[in-house]
Design a protein around this ligand. Sequence first.
Ligand code: ADP
Ligand code: MG
Length: 581
Amino acid sequence: MSAMLQDTNSTVAAETEGELTDGFHLVIDALKLNGITNIYGVPGIPITDLGRLAQGEGMRVISFRHEQNAGNAAAIAGFLTKQPGICLTVSAPGFLNGLTALANATTNCFPMILISGSSEREIVDLQQGDYEEMDQLAIAKPLCKAAFRVLHAADIGIGVARAIRAAVSGRPGGVYLDLPAKLFSQVMDAEAGRQSLVKVIDAAPAQLPAPSAIARALDLLKNAKRPLIILGKGAAYAQADEDIRNFVEKSGIPYLPMSMAKGLLPDTHPQSAGAARSQALKDSDVVVLIGARLNWLLSHGKGKSWGEPGSKQFIQIDIEPKEMDSNVEIKAPIVGDIGSCVAALLAGMGASWPAPPADWINALETRKQANLVKMDARLKKNSSPMDFHTALGVLRTIIKERPDAILVNEGANTLDLARGVIDMYQPRKRLDVGTWGVMGIGMGFAVGAAVETGKPVLAVEGDSAFGFSGMEIETICRYNLPVCVVVFNNNGIYRGTDVNTSGGSDVATTVFVTDARYDKMMEAFGGIGANATTPDELRAAVVAAMDSGKPTLINAVIDPAAGSESGNIGSLNPQSVVKKK
Ligand code: ADP
Ligand code: MG
């Protein structure tokens, strides 16, 4: 702290001694020193100059129209790169907007750092009513993995280092970094500033599993009659693609990918049990979870969908020890990072491993083929107006032809049906609503994915879901990103046919403007808009968009009567049974 020079007198002193730096530059230098090149944010007081200077220093600074979308872009950057994605916001309301994304990132185990400017501590703490007054650190704390505030320029290096480490080590998650306005203009000697920065060494250290845990798991697995592997988005995040594929193939065990793990092995892989999901869950006896939690998305590992009580034994690989036994007993916990754990399992399996019993494999295969035939018939229906399957059948073919494109997907029916219909062929290509099943990730994820990977992005959006982040199509146009948005427009939430039972003139609560033309929004910003009413029109428009790489929005007209309430999770939506006379 001795090198810190805060007041005017010391600034003058420093000027006579030599080169100076300040809080702005130290934040930028600390991020750059740690290999961080991109910032997603919304400019404003007190961080406008931070963004401007970061851009001037060669960082890519992507400005959004709303902080939640910037935060979602940062979060998905974290998922795709294993480096914390950075979101930069103003104080109070901007911070709160970004906080939704930070909480979502933490829930999904995506590493991200929300950096927010904040108002004067002295005034905030005495609650004297500052501009955008809010005790942001206290508010952020329960909603993220770690939260820090830096008060002195000389501590910026340490603050950024702690934030990076907290975000990516162990179970990844969101970190909040509070930077009060005064910090940015604090001046200090440049050399002392350089010395204060920390390049984080081994930010996410390997966590090796205990050999006894590996032996216990392999024992259980070897004796299984109906084994099953479930790959979760932790497995996708781990970037241990080769070893995971080898483990699945060497074991010969059928596997199910959770939605964001699709493509880790191609969905067309002979061992994929995706098309026989229900049966695989119900009838399996030993289940290996790799980076997947037994939360609501897997019915908590119990209940009807898991077959007879007591019929399952679980092996679970997770970096977070507390995840074990969270919902049901885990017979063979393997705590460690997925790369190290899967490598250890492979080593422990030796040169040959017994194939799972043929009757189990054949039973799943029979069900799978029957389901695939059924699905095929639905996809080929050339209906106009299109229903969900008709439109998704088109997009399924396009992803098959362009397996390196990134698919972003949200909505209710649009999400649930696309997850089953659109096969993925490469890891980390499907980005969706994740653990909360939340809507609003669409354009943020699309921008983040395009910026981080340079790959074309196809965002398949329900009309309702799109509305949460739709203004970011201006951002997509401004940065000329290769994003093609397809809005599945059925005139409303779930569907567009509900009626107002009061007989009043307002439309029903779930109904939107009839026959809206979302494509016109894209045209307003110089992008390409298209309206598609048939599968042929949809295909032509998406292919043109993907070929050109130009920002495009296609309004896909879907039958307003298509779609069921809450998609596949209608059971979570309480419905009144009381009939008023
Ligand atoms: P899904 O929704 O696809 O089932 P979840 O988000 O529920 O996936 O589960 C991901 C799990 O992966 C989390 O419990 C997290 O702790 C774990 N995880 C994330 N990264 C790693 C890693 N590198 N090594 C081990 N476990 C990891
Ligand atoms: Mg809709």
